[in-house]
Design a protein around this ligand. Sequence first.
Ligand code: KIV
Length: 265
Amino acid sequence: MTRISTAQLDEMKATGEKIVSLTAYDASFAIVLDEAGVEVILVGDSLGMVLHGEDSTLNVTMEDMIYHTRQVVKGSKRAMVIGDMPHKSYLNPEQALTNARRLIEEAGADVIKLERGDSSICEMIRHIVSHDIPVCAHLGLTPQSIEELGGYKVQGRDPATAKKIKQDALAVQEAGATILVLECVPSALAADITAELRIPVIGIGAGADCDGQVLVIYDLLGISRKSPHMAKNFLAENGNIRDAIAAYIEAVKFSSFPDAEHSFK
Ligand code: KIV
């Protein structure tokens, strides 16, 4: 079976079919998500918090990401697998390329993800993409910059920051990113960016108008230590894990999730 391609995600954006994504960090969850029809499995560096019990993602290593991405690749057949580049693994273009290659070649990821949208990140994106590795960018609340951002806060509420996020979104697209994750931004800003970009935008706490949605699987199951405002516990209403995931998929496909309660103004 061939995996979902970036061209298929582009097609979904074009036709308006919502893209469903969830995180997974091991083969068992990857099997369940893949069989349920999740299109994109993100092996996020959120594993530092939900698996390792840390307060941030800052201590996650390349070895951690390779180890968990490999398990997810083994467990899935159809979903696109995105592997996250951890903090300090892309400090310059050569290091970024070496580590992106490791996620693709050693772990089997289809796409790699890196955070932020400044000019140095665009340089990394250009370099990685020029070696035929697809890149997913990540803007808005970027947890690897938590110290600079001063906490897990909604980004883009004031006009200057909103303008910067939109400029960064256009810049990462121009640099060659093929997907954008937009985290914790007001719904209206996310809708504007989604309409402006030709690449698919996958939101988390970014309102229902993005091209798709992603959640941390443990938030969806209500078993994270701190469940963020934008996450919904689908297990509470559905009784078992497979039904909870099916309900999330249906809610994303029919744009009933995220609702106002799980979005930001
Ligand atoms: O690390 C992660 O799981 C992520 C998602 C929250 C988007 O980056």
